[in-house]
Design a protein. Structure first.
Lengths: 332, 302
């Protein structure tokens, strides 16, 4: 079976006053049916833009998808007409946004916002759509759904709103859900609930997921595979377990050192990633992480390392010294 | 996770009524208590609308009939507000004038408002070149004071009630479009518009169903102010002889011509239509202010 989603050499650029920003610069990855893939990276690494590119929601101008292919279920999304693309959005691919506070329309009832999608994509009549909405609210664990249907977003808590967003995303039985930092705006306790909910629902319904996050804890627990992005490129990709325990790229290693770990002896201090993210308008031909990398050598400034297989199966890294790093870790 | 706890089921029944939409009467009563001035404004507007609507039954005399035996009579029990220089009953003309004022006022305000609303939101939604060009066109229109632009339009289309409505509608469009666009720009940046795009909704649906309802609050406030402005503009145009034409009763017309000449000998001819204009415009202004306070969701009780 071919993968559900296959992104090939995707390039998305923004023309800004400061110059051309290659927000997504040759990204390729696949998502299998029913699989959860995490895209990790710091702000400005191109992880959100990459996700929005899949749905072709990049505002043009200033943004533009310049090249690449996005094969979803056998069709190249980049060659679809706008009306065809509209049918894909919301029906085949659902999206959950970062801010549940502002991603729901304040003047429409919860029920209306769910039924609207059903009416748009499935031509459901009012009654059918309302029954389905009720079912969806129950499914995402909202108590007293009948009452909630008639309420407005401001009457719901953040966690409940995010549950509603998930219900809307699932409304038309999509094959893929893209969740753009779905828990960033929520309390820590609620974050876990929402992630558990998404995990159990996607597993039950066989929906594939792309979770975009900068939270490595989320990755470890909920994703089967991880793409680590830096400056618009994937610098490391592989099974979550491998990335977590045997990182092969200095950036991933630095990221892992910068978060508190419960599975390691407690350190006195966290070790932040030094320096600033690079200015995407003035990248040179070398590795973009080089200025912040403690393993950088002369060669890193000359050519950009390609994403290549490491000794692990299915584990890719874009670093000249990934083999050395692996050996070093074994020695240590 | 999906199980409903028993407690929530029992509480649902009582909560259901608590969350039910407030009744119309309750809403109106609450408005009157919190905004007494606005309520007074609303009552005046209601009275004027009723007067205009029921003019045929309310007016004791034909407003267009000259009666030279009763010229310039001071107010008395037969002609409660007196008569003008042609012997026409001023009260009857005021009542019929209310009809003209309301038709022109609401017609122009709603017309200009709705066109401005749609253009303003569309402009903000699409942005880019469309927005830029549209805004420059508005700039040109806004460069003319309302009454000057209305005068220009009237001189092109000619006078009469319908043309006056058009003449006032046109200068109101940019005034509405500008304000609505500003609100819509803010709405455009809120993620639910992107979320609507991500759900596969078309532009028309997003503009009409997702953006316009979110700018309705400033729009309604604007609209109430526009009615007052339009009535004033109509009175001005009529006063200048470029609005509604004699013998159609209109407040501006009643102030026109010989009303000035008789200001000392028969002041009621000018005073009552003048008062009618002032009170009406004031009423719309008071109501509009109160509406703004009432509609603001931050002040609304849940």
């Amino acid at each position: 079976m071919p993968p559900l989603l296959e992104v090939k050499e995707l390039h998305t650029e923004f023309r800004t006053g400061a110059g051309l920003v290659r927000a997504v610069d040759g990204v390729s990855y696949t998502v299998e049916h029913g699989e959860t893939v995490a895209v990790v990276g710091e702000s400005g690494s191109g992880k959100s833009v990459g996700a929005l590119s899949i749905l072709r929601l990049i505002a043009d101008p200033p943004g533009r998808i310049t090249s690449g292919e996005i094969l979803f279920d056998g069709r190249d999304l980049l060659s679809l007409s706008e009306p065809e693309m509209r049918k894909v959005r919301g029906r085949d691919i659902g999206m959950v946004f970062q801010e549940p506070m502002t991603s729901l329309n304040p003047v429409l009832t919860i029920g209306r916002q769910i039924t609207e999608t059903l009416e748009e994509h499935q031509g459901a009549d009012r009654g059918t759509a309302e029954r389905r909405a009720l079912e969806l609210l129950e499914m995402v664990g909202i108590a007293d759904p009948r009452r909630r249907l008639r309420q407005y977003p401001h009457q719901l808590s953040g966690g409940m709103r995010q549950r509603v967003m998930i219900a809307i995303a699932l409304a038309c039985n999509p094959k893929l859900i893209i969740a753009d930092e779905p828990t960033t705006a929520l309390d820590v306790t609620i974050q876990a609930q929402i992630l558990e909910l998404m995990k159990s629902l996607t597993r039950k319904l066989g929906v594939a997921q792309i979770i975009i996050t900068h939270n490595l804890g989320v990755v470890a627990r909920y994703a089967s595979r991880v793409n680590v992005m830096y400056a618009g490129r994937i610098v490391e990709a592989g099974p979550a377990e491998a990335i977590y325990h045997r990182p092969r790229h200095p950036y991933t290693m630095a990221l892992l050192r910068s978060v508190p770990r419960l599975d390691r002896p407690r350190q006195a201090r966290l070790d932040p990633v030094e320096g600033q993210p690079p200015d995407l308008t003035r990248l040179d031909g070398g590795c973009a992480f080089r200025p912040r990398c403690r393993f950088a050598v002369e060669r890193c400034g000359e050519t950009r390392p390609a994403l290549e297989a490491t000794s692990d199966a299915g584990h890719l890294a874009a670093c000249f010294r990934s083999a050395e790093l692996a050996a070093e870790e074994v020695a240590a | 996770m999906t199980a409903i706890t028993p407690g929530s089921v029992t509480s649902a029944a009582s909560a259901d009524t608590a969350w039910r939409r407030r009744t119309l009467a309750g809403t109106v009563l609450g408005f009157c208590r919190r905004h007494p001035l606005g309520a007074i404004g609303f009552v005046i507007i209601l009275i004027i609308c009723l007067a205009g609507g029921l003019a045929d039954w309310l007016a004791p005399f034909d407003p267009e009939e000259n009666d030279f035996s009763t010229m310039m009579q001071a107010p008395d029990w037969i002609h409660v507000l007196g008569t003008d220089q042609f012997g026409r009953d001023i009260f009857s003309r005021l009542v019929f004038g209310a009809r003209t004022a309301m038709i022109v006022g609401f017609g122009a305000a709603v017309g200009g408002g709705v066109i401005g609303l749609i253009l303003g939101v569309t402009s903000a939604y699409f942005g880019g070149w469309f927005d830029l060009v549209f805004q420059r066109v508005l700039d040109v229109l806004m460069a003319f004071p309302l009454i000057i632009l209305a005068l220009a339009v009237v001189s092109v289309f000619g006078t009469g009630v319908f043309n006056v409505i058009i003449a006032i509608t046109i200068p109101l469009v940019p005034r509405c479009g500008r304000v609505v666009r500003a609100s819509a720009l803010a709405v455009r940046e809120v993620p639910y518009v992107d979320a609507a795009r991500a759900l596969g909704f078309g532009h028309t649906r997003i503009v009409f169903h997702h953006m316009i309802p979110n700018v309705l609050a400033p729009f309604l406030i604007l609209l109430s102010a526009f009615v007052g402005q339009a009535i004033l503009a109509e009175a001005s145009l009529s006063y200048l002889g470029l609005g509604v034409q004699e013998p159609v009763p209109a407040w501006g017309l009643m102030l026109q011509g010989s009303a000035e000449d008789y200001a000392t000998t028969a002041p009621w001819i000018a005073i009552f239509p003048g008062l009618a204009i002032v009170i009406t415009v004031l009423a719309f202004s008071l109501f509009g202010d109160a509406l703004r306070d009432a509609i603001d969701p931050k002040l609304r009780t849940r």
